[in-house]
Design a protein around this ligand. Structure first.
Ligand code: SAM
Length: 354
């Protein structure tokens, strides 16, 4: 079997499938998708391994919105012996001549997947030793470049595949395990933390999010996103008719404005605008475009809430709209969009003017 294995949020398999099909077609790679609702993954099947490899190497992982993690499939080992799964998994690595230098055992992000994680933990050490002996895996002291994925579907079946470490998520199953910060007023705080981790490099986080910078948080209450900006020493105008957590207001760095986020505009331009208002996605896309095109901010993170049926098409429409506005205004920009692990029925968009 040849193709790509794509992890996604449970319930977003058809969006993940639509996206990879569109991206593959644009690269002239033919194939079809297998995606079952609730399975938390999709498989893009190609006619041969070369097509799968072409897609995996030429498509930047960071451009995929609905894929959390991916790997190129070497085999589906679906008749593993309960008494000796290791031989079957080693055999599934086949004759791929290049060795991997990292191993990850994983499952789909479902309840069934969680039940298989004990098996992953149990098998990891003996499997690692067997893979090293069979020269499918080598130990390295430097940054790993090729990751071997073993993704259990059941106690007797697993997809085995390879990922390029640079062109995939650094997190197992694409899930960054962030700890909820005690002082933050809402769990939403993790969405902005993950967004900043995903869209900015460590250097950019140091230079673009620092003390003295100013931000506007639209739809700020109770203040989980504002809290993230405060942690970085920034001053925040929090726009929301709802109440902000008192501790944030006591910091002296937050100005709370009980106004409509769609009408508010800052007296002077700010560095960042972030927006978590629950509204029609296209209205949010228009709002963010206006902030950028009118020079009210240079960087933005905003969420597009997706309760409707045609979620993939809606995201594409919103992103095209933002890009049209920025291009018409003659602005250079970097735009990225991802369904983050901490996102629910939504995706997060980042835009930075160049
Ligand atoms: N990001 C916030 C946090 O981390 O705590 C949570 C925001 S919550 C999902 C959405 C917020 O948007 C609500 O507090 C709501 O009052 C606010 N909201 C909805 N419509 C708004 C509007 N037109 N202008 C400003 N805020 C709005």
């Amino acid at each position: 079997m040849h193709g790509l294995f794509l992890h996604c949020r449970p319930g977003f398999e058809s969006e993940c499938a639509s996206e990879i099909q569109a991206r593959a077609a644009a690269l002239d790679v033919s194939g079809y998708c297998k995606a079952k609702t609730g399975a938390a993954y999709a498989v893009f099947v190609t006619t041969d391994g070369a097509d799968a490899e072409k897609l995996h190497l030429s498509l930047p992982f960071t451009e995929l919105i609905f894929t959390r993690q991916w790997f190129r499939i070497l085999a589906l080992a679906n008749d593993l012996q309960i008494t000796d799964r290791i031989s079957g998994l080693v055999a599934a690595c086949g004759t791929d001549s290049q060795r991997a230098d990292e191993l990850v055992l994983e499952t789909a992000d479902t309840n069934e997947g969680k039940e298989l994680q004990a098996l992953c933990r149990k098998i990891e050490r003996p499997l690692r030793s067997a893979l090293i002996s069979a020269v499918h895996l080598q130990q390295t002291d430097t940054h790993p470049t090729r990751r071997l994925h073993v993704c259990f579907m059941s106690t007797t079946a697993a997809y085995v595949g390879i990922a390029d470490c640079v062109n995939s998520s650094p997190y197992p199953m694409g899930i960054p395990r962030l700890r909820f910060p005690g002082g933050a007023p809402s769990r939403s705080t993790l969405k902005l933390e993950e967004a900043l981790l995903t869209f900015l490099s460590p250097d950019e986080r140091a230079s673009e999010l620092r003390s003295g910078m100013r931000a506007v948080d639209l739809g700020a209450a109770p203040g989980g996103w504002t809290w993230q900006l405060l942690q970085r020493g920034m001053q925040v105008i929090a726009v929301d008719n709802g109440a902000m957590a008192p501790a944030l207001l006591e910091s002296g760095l937050v100005e709370h404005r009980r106004e409509d986020g769609f009408h508010f505009r800052p007296e002077t331009p700010v560095d960042w605008m972030v927006c978590d208002i629950v509204e029609q996605p296209i209205r949010i896309a228009e709002l963010a475009s206006r902030w950028l095109c009118d020079g009210w901010c240079r960087r933005t993170v905003f969420n597009l809430k997706l309760p409707m049926k045609k979620r993939y098409q809606e995201v594409m429409l919103c992103l095209e709209r933002v890009e049209q506005h920025l291009t018409q205004a003659g602005l250079g920009y970097r735009l990225a969009c991802k369904q983050l692990y901490h996102d629910r029925e939504e995706v997060t968009v980042f835009v930075s003017l160049q």
